[in-house]
Design a protein around this ligand. Structure first.
Ligand SMILES: [Mg+2]
Length: 154
């Protein structure tokens, strides 16, 4: 089942998260972003509900909602071979939200995750060096990989 519990749903933003976006382009949906598409497909394969989380079908575009939702549904059918729910609302069953505008918060602190990344990076780097001196290269390599994948790319 992986990282997520089966109950609940994952919100996935459309523009700049699931598909490329540079301009409105008459509402046409951009090219899929392979890494995110694969991530969503893996969740669907695990039976996890994924909802497209987008303002395109919200109240800010009342005259375009029908057209925008149809385009998103066609996109989902083409790429995931199924319709996915479309929403712009959170509820208590939302497990996670993937969105290019979101900022990850440390729960109950008011602090952002970014504020801590430098500290975490230094700690992991020091720990990896210590592990190598003790001959544990495998875990040290995993730490270096984590730093490259999750910290340095930001
Ligand atoms: Mg976006």
């Amino acid at each position: 089942m992986g990282l997520f519990k089966k109950k609940g749903w994952i919100g996935v933003d459309l523009d700049k998260t699931l598909v490329k976006y540079t301009k409105w382009n008459n509402g046409n949906i951009g090219e899929p972003i392979p890494l995110m598409m694969d991530r969503v497909q893996a969740w669907l394969d695990q039976g996890i509900e994924v909802r497209i989380f987008t303002a395109r079908c919200g109240n800010c575009y009342p005259d375009q909602v029908k057209k925008n939702c149809s385009a998103i549904q066609a996109f989902c059918l083409k790429h995931f071979h199924r319709l996915l729910p479309i929403t712009n609302e959170k509820d208590q069953d939302m497990i996670a939200l993937y969105d290019d505008r979101a900022v990850q918060m440390i729960p109950n602190t008011g602090q952002t995750l970014d504020q801590h990344l430098g500290i975490i990076r230094d700690y992991l780097t020091t720990t990896a060096k210590s592990l190598r001196t003790m001959g544990d290269y495998s875990f040290a390599d995993s730490m270096d990989s984590f730093i490259k994948t999750y910290i340095d790319r930001k």
